[in-house]
Design a binder for this molecule. Structure first.
Ligand SMILES: [Zn+2]
Length: 83
């Protein structure tokens, strides 16, 4: 079972990666016509958000933990067990 703190970081990496891909896409191709890189990046970002929603959960009580910030949670805010 993966640590929910690690899953939160993976989710953030996907979102940052999307911004990076979209930025390269705009630099290379401009903003007049959106291209495949932009759509690919957007898909990756949404995947990261969905991944975060489904995977950043307490391993004991399965309740969803927050997605704000990169500070790791030491304890579950619902059941109080150590993560
Ligand atoms: Zn819990």
């Amino acid at each position: 079972m993966r640590n929910p703190n690690h899953n939160r970081i993976i989710s953030y990496i996907a979102i940052v990666f999307e911004i990076f891909i979209a930025g390269i896409s705009i630099v290379l191709f401009g903003t007049e016509r959106l291209n495949i890189m932009f759509y690919l990046g957007t898909t990756i970002a949404f995947s990261g958000i969905v991944y975060g929603i489904f995977k950043v959960r307490c391993p004991y009580c399965k309740k969803r933990l927050h997605l704000k910030g990169i500070v790791h949670d030491k304890y579950c805010q619902y059941c109080g067990k150590e993560i």
